[in-house]
Design a protein around this ligand. Structure first.
Ligand SMILES: Cc1ncc(C[n+]2csc(CCOP(=O)(O)OP(=O)(O)O)c2C)c(N)n1
Ligand SMILES: [Mg+2]
Length: 674
């Protein structure tokens, strides 16, 4: 490898010469030493991509370690999250105050800032949690789109930055990458630059074993600008990035690299991928790289050069701060950056609820949701809707919302196409970027297609709202492929996720309000295709759903039983209550639109809602999870009326009858236990 000299500029614009090779080797040494000390981790990728990262950070990336949350910073996404030591080394070297050499030495240990894979919200400077391969590519697309959308609202003075993403062979093999790449190409996200770690190696060995794609041609086919370079040649890297920045399309740079670059025996092989190199190999690498220093020691001149790189952004940050101070839209910009809801939000929700209370409409909850979306459109401009090609079914588009188009990002509605996984990952990116609250629709059944990203919304504490309609066998004719039965249980199992299943228009408005108010949590809104009766007779003000569950119909006379239900089955419970009342049996109906919120209530409140008598639940899903409220389910235990297997194709009401999810069945289940 040549000893190239990269040029960078200091804060005051003076050019300084720094030794590229030493700077890149500092990354390599920290990566191999940290993995060795932890006796666990992935040295190969950081060692291979050290040259690319050094050029990117020292010459291009706009960032300021003192202000890691600067809204107009360039975003750097390490999609190949197993190479976490790459970003940790960069954060340390460029001087993020939190990332000390101690933290590098505590790589992969409890409570360190250097967990096995980069975790957003845990380590400053980590823009998104990566590790599940391909996710970062989808996040980067969302970030690049958010940048353009925010730019359309606030102009170049406040928003004008790039999104860089490092992705490996694995990321590009994952299906999600195709959805993301295709969407980015279509939308012409020209400020998105993907650096492909083209090292021909993954865990099983050479990528020849598994993939023959021409990646450059593949990206070009999706409307990207794509080139191939030597990923160890700093000048080629710099030239390619500079060209990419000028492109009118998103850019992919295939950087041909050697995994574990510098390791005498393991370089270029899968054995450099995911385990410590070992003492002998590390000693050999030190020699080969010309790195004479002990573990975790970066000599002052090299560290100093890196710290100058870290200081490069100070001037740009100061300039931005001035522009921000003078910006006409500053208040709105700051509010949406903080993620605060506007003053008019509560009033808008109340208006919607008042209208529902007055009309008492018999609507599908997806239709009620459409009314909420329309009602919030003017008040909540940061709300960015979308659907994975089911706009007319999910009813996610506000009538007044304009679509986001290639080159025109002023709209508030994204036609994601049939790309559920890509949509969810992009929504994570939009939420992470800041300035917006994304929501997107598909059928509840197809949360499976987006689940890995949904899980990451929860893990990253991101406010992403999943509008999931056609939420049961009530969907009808499309049959069991389209009828969710296990999905609510699976979604309720995700920590930090709010799963809402409102029963009527009033609850739909309340659940939307709760989802939007949950600053650090994603939400699922599980909504019906079919019309449901209006059940809530009360005036609008109190949000009953805020407690997750409540008595929607008290028992007439002595309360011998409680019927628990969610969503479309609450009306079945109410009918069952009437059947029981005819026989003099008092039963209360509890609506449980959000288990997670209900479980946070006091034991006394929960006991009051659940009742001390017979408990029977009705939900057109499998019973999995209901034991927590019913105790053991069985003839002598709690009753459950719902699904035990997959659904069937027929008109919705017929399917309910076929599976015996009826008021009579619920009433029978109560009586059998009295
Ligand atoms: C979705 C997903 N599947 C599997 C893995 C396990 N895994 C981690 S790295 C890796 C190989 C990735 O190959 P590549 O991106 O080429 O990384 P390199 O070996 O070049 O560092 C695999 C299969 C993962 N992290 N995420
Ligand atoms: Mg690879």
């Amino acid at each position: 490898m040549e000893t190239a000299t990269a040029r960078t500029t200091t804060n005051d614009g003076a050019a300084i010469a720094i030794n590229h090779k030493d700077m890149a080797n500092a990354i390599r040494a920290l990566a191999m030493d940290a993995v060795e000390k932890a006796n666990s981790g992935h040295p190969g990728m950081p060692m291979g991509m050290a040259d690319v990262a050094t050029v990117l950070f020292s010459q291009f990336l706009k960032f300021d370690p003192q202000h890691p949350e600067w809204p107009d910073r360039d975003r750097f996404v390490l999609s190949a999250g197993h190479g976490s030591m790459l970003i940790y080394a960069l954060l340390y070297l460029t001087g993020y105050p939190q990332m000390t050499i101690d933290e590098i030495q505590r790589f992969r240990q409890i409570d360190s800032k250097t967990p096995g894979h980069p975790e957003h919200g845990h380590t400053l400077g980590v823009e998104t949690t990566t590790g599940p391969l391909g996710q970062g590519v989808g996040n980067a697309v969302g970030m690049a789109l958010a940048e353009r959308m925010l730019n359309a609202r606030h102009g170049d003075a406040l928003v004008d930055h790039y999104t860089y993403c490092i992705a490996g062979d694995g990321c590009l093999m994952e299906g999600i990458s195709q959805e993301a790449i295709s969407l980015a190409g279509h939308l012409k996200l020209s400020k998105l630059i993907l650096l492909f770690d083209d090292n021909h190696i993954s865990i099983d060995g050479s990528t020849d074993l598994t993939v023959s794609d021409d990646q450059v041609a593949r990206f070009q086919a999706s409307g990207w600008n794509a080139t191939r370079i030597d990923g160890h040649d700093p000048e080629a890297i710099a030239k390619a990035i500079a060209a990419a920045k000028k492109s009118d399309r998103p850019s992919m740079i295939a950087c041909r690299t050697t995994i574990g670059f510098g390791a005498p025996k393991k370089a270029g092989t899968a054995s450099a991928h995911g385990s410590p190199l070992g003492k002998e190999e590390i000693a050999g690498a030190r020699e080969q790289l010309g790195w004479k220093y002990p573990p975790f020691e970066v000599p002052l001149d090299i560290l100093g050069a890196w710290r100058k790189v870290g200081a490069r952004g100070q001037g740009a940050f100061a300039d931005w701060t001035q522009r921000h101070g003078a910006a006409a839209s500053r208040a709105e910009f700051d509010r949406t950056q903080k993620g605060e809801l506007p003053e008019g939000f509560a009033a808008a929700i109340n208006d919607i609820k008042n209208a529902f209370a007055k009309e008492a409409p018999k609507l599908a909850t997806r239709q009620s949701s459409q009314r909420v979306i329309d009602g919030l459109n003017a008040v909540l401009p940061e709300l960015i809707g979308g659907s994975a090609d089911l706009t007319g079914s999910n009813l996610t588009k506000a009538k007044a919302a304009n679509p986001v188009k290639p080159g025109d990002y002023s709209g508030g509605y994204i036609y994601y196409g049939v790309r559920e996984h890509g949509m969810a990952a992009a929504m994570n990116g939009i939420a992470l970027h800041g300035g917006f609250i994304p929501f997107g629709g598909t059928f509840l059944c197809f949360t499976d297609y987006a689940r890995p990203s949904i899980r990451l919304s929860a893990l990253m504490n991101q406010r992403v709202v999943y509008v999931m309609t056609h939420d049961s066998i009530g969907q009808g004719e499309d049959g069991p492929t389209h009828q969710p039965v296990e999905h609510l249980a699976a979604l309720r199992a995700i920590p930090n996720m709010l799963v809402f299943r409102p029963c009527d228009s009033m609850e739909t408005a309340e659940c939307w309000a709760l989802a939007l108010s949950a600053r650090n949590q994603p939400s699922i809104l599980s909504l019906t295709r079919q019309a449901v009766p209006h059940l809530r007779a009360d005036a609008a003000v109190a949000n009953h759903c805020a407690r997750g569950g409540y008595i929607i119909r008290p028992a007439e006379g002595e309360r011998k039983a409680t019927i628990l239900a969610t969503g479309s089955e609450v009306s079945i419970a109410v009918e069952a209550q009437a059947l029981l009342a005819q026989e003099g049996i008092g039963a209360a109906v509890a609506s449980l639109p959000c288990w997670e919120l209900f479980d946070q209530q006091s034991e006394a409140y929960r006991n009051e809602v659940l009742g001390s008598g017979v408990r029977v639940a009705v939900e057109a899903m499998v019973s999995f999870g209901w034991e927590r409220y019913l105790g053991p389910i069985g003839p002598k235990g709690g009753g459950f009326v719902g699904m035990t297997g997959f659904g069937a194709s027929a008109p919705g009401p017929d399917v309910y009858k076929h599976f015996n999810i009826t008021p009579a069945a619920v009433a029978e289940a109560v009586k059998a236990r009295l």
